[in-house]
Write a protein of this length. Structure first.
Length: 201
């Protein structure tokens, strides 16, 4: 409900109607609308990081490959409609930005965690010598996140795939990469995937 219709649609009354349960029964469970909102945010947070970050941690990805996988998994999360309406926290953050309250603060923390995850991945690629130290990690994270948000908008407007978005991410990484990675790897998405699958030999 929150992902499709926004925070205004999320209430104990509306949820009770959707679930065909009593409003009083749900109120006893949550105690307040704020608690309901907090639990919804926590559930969305778990879904997002389980689909985007956990597979990367389990695979032990590092450097520019980790940075790529973060963007690729983010796009897949939207494409596969893990949460209806796309990336839940885009809408939630836009609605809550600048407002006071524990739930609004909770959303801001999660959005900041995602941005810092991107930034740390850029730092990791710099440490691996795959991106020059002169590249600003914070600025690069902003630019990559901008590509992802733009892709979400395009998807919601036109319901198209993410080929262009992935190509834009790859082009950005190619413009930053050192000669530690062969230039041919950035020639196309197919070439990049072949490079990743080759074990970087």
């Amino acid at each position: 409900m929150a992902a499709l219709q926004g925070w205004a649609a999320l209430s104990i009354g509306n949820l009770a109607k959707e679930l065909r349960m009593s409003k009083s029964g749900l109120f006893v469970h949550f105690g307040s609308k704020e608690n309901l909102e907090r639990e919804v945010v926590e559930a969305a947070d778990r879904l997002f990081f389980d689909h985007v970050l956990v597979p990367i941690e389990e695979a032990g990805l590092e450097g520019i490959e980790r940075l790529w996988a973060l963007c690729d998994n983010w796009l897949a999360f939207v494409e596969n409609r893990i949460l209806p309406g796309g990336y839940f926290f885009t809408g939630a953050f836009f609605q809550c930005a600048g407002q006071d309250g524990s739930v609004q603060g909770q959303i801001t923390v999660i959005v900041r965690e995602w941005f810092n995850t991107l930034k740390h991945a850029v730092d990791g690629a710099r440490k691996n010598g795959e991106i020059p130290w002169t590249v600003e990690a914070r600025r690069t994270a902003f630019e990559l996140n901008g590509i992802l948000i733009g892709a979400q908008w395009s998807y919601l407007l036109e319901d198209k795939d993410r080929t262009r978005a992935r190509s834009a991410v790859l082009a950005k990484l190619g413009s930053l990469a050192t000669d530690k990675i062969p230039a041919r790897a950035f020639a196309s998405l197919a070439a990049w995937r072949e490079y990743l699958e080759s074990g970087h030999e």
